[in-house]
Design a binder for this molecule. Structure first.
Ligand SMILES: *Cc1c(COP(=O)(O)O)cnc(C)c1O
Length: 360
């Protein structure tokens, strides 16, 4: 059996070493020393001034919308994970979907302005598969119309653009450290902003909006994360360059072995590095995708239709909108297995099988 992803696990004894300290201190959660240490090491690793370690990537998005006081309409992408849209609705706002760029698969900036109304307050866009949005174009539009920008950077850990972390873009960027992601703390998320005052506000929101023993400064939530999760984050961070290297090598092998495949790969932002978070292929047709997926399933090789269906046309709590490029791409995109423990032999086997099914 080959799954589409598998969490990275550090050597067990390295995780256990952190447990000794947790038992000694009996400090389990509420911004403990390991959570602080993880924040410091991540700031150092990502070359960022500010960052908060939070419960998960979904709560990170909710906190971002809350802290920026977003109301009314939020322009967003329908080609993303459900949390990108559901958090907008959860916060009482209305998602307004615009179509994606057929090459990058990120939101198409040229379609954003047409969707702006007097109720628009923000843009929430995803760096799809870690591939940066056209952040410069989005920034220009946002400035012109006085909109806030939030990036769902759940896939974009360790992506740099012009030598700077992609997390520096937008008013706030969020990341997910879920077990299925490239780098994880079992469950976890990050909130990044360049604005020190906003960071303070986010830190308060993370802790119920409590400002002192008997005072509250604003509406908050429980966005904290535990020492056990921080320990996994710390243990995994030590291996991040091994993780990148292995994923890169597996990706290059797929590229080489799948040259004959009737599919294209998303066009990566020219000024950014790849982080090899996923291996998406956009097949020539949905028929070919369904045929490949069914045959691979039979061989216990599991792929994922990431992202299908389009969030603009599939949610029971929103009216349906069919955006042509998203409808088309979402029907044809498939993510192949990619994770640290996947072997080169397995990539070779998967690739040969895929070509055999296609050519049958
Ligand atoms: C995983 C993911 C999230 C949610 O993150 P969690 O940590 O699972 O809550 C949000 N957006 C995107 C694009 C994701 O892939």
């Amino acid at each position: 059996m080959i799954s589409v992803t598998q969490p990275f696990l550090p050597p067990q004894e390295e995780y256990e070493k952190y447990l000794d300290g947790i038992w000694k201190r009996n400090w389990l959660t509420n911004m403990g020393p390991l959570a602080s240490q993880l924040e410091m090491q991540l700031k150092d690793h990502l070359k960022l001034n500010h960052l908060l370690f939070v419960t998960n990537g979904t709560v990170a998005l909710q906190m971002a919308l809350k802290a920026l006081e977003i109301t009314g309409e939020v322009i967003t992408t329908p080609f993303s994970f459900i949390a990108t849209t559901s958090t907008i609705v959860w916060e009482g706002c209305t998602p307004v979907f615009t179509d994606i760029d057929p090459n990058s698969l990120c939101i198409d900036p040229s379609k954003i302005e047409d969707a702006i109304t007097e109720k628009t307050t923000a843009i929430l866009a995803t760096h799809v598969y870690g591939n940066p949005c056209d952040v410069e174009a989005i920034e220009i539009i946002a400035k012109k119309h006085k909109l806030k920008v939030i990036y769902d950077a759940a896939h974009a850990f360790d992506v740099k653009i012009n030598g700077r972390s992609i997390f520096e873009y937008g008013d706030i960027s969020t990341c997910s450290l879920h077990a299925t992601k490239l780098y994880h703390s079992i469950e976890g998320g990050l909130i990044i902003t360049q604005n020190a005052d906003l960071l303070k506000k986010l830190a308060s929101i993370r802790n119920f909006g409590i400002s002192g023993y008997d005072s509250f400064s604003e509406l908050g939530i429980n966005g904290k994360n535990s020492e056990f999760h921080a320990a996994m984050g710390l243990a995994n961070l030590k291996y991040i360059s091994d993780i990148h290297e292995k994923r890169k090598a597996l990706t290059r092998l797929y590229d080489e072995k799948l040259k004959g495949l009737k599919a294209f790969r998303p066009r990566w932002h020219q000024k950014a590095n790849e982080n090899f978070a996923y291996y998406p292929i956009i097949l020539e047709s949905e028929d070919l995708l369904l045929k490949l997926k069914a045959e691979l399933d039979k061989n216990e090789i599991f792929t994922r239709r990431y992202f299908y269906p389009s969030l603009a046309s599939a949610l029971p709590y929103l009216s349906k909108l069919e955006l042509p490029i998203t409808e088309d791409i979402s029907k044809r995109s498939l993510c192949l297995p990619l994770y640290y423990d996947l072997t080169f032999e397995e990539v070779d086997l998967i690739s040969r099988l895929i070509l055999r099914i296609q050519n049958n």
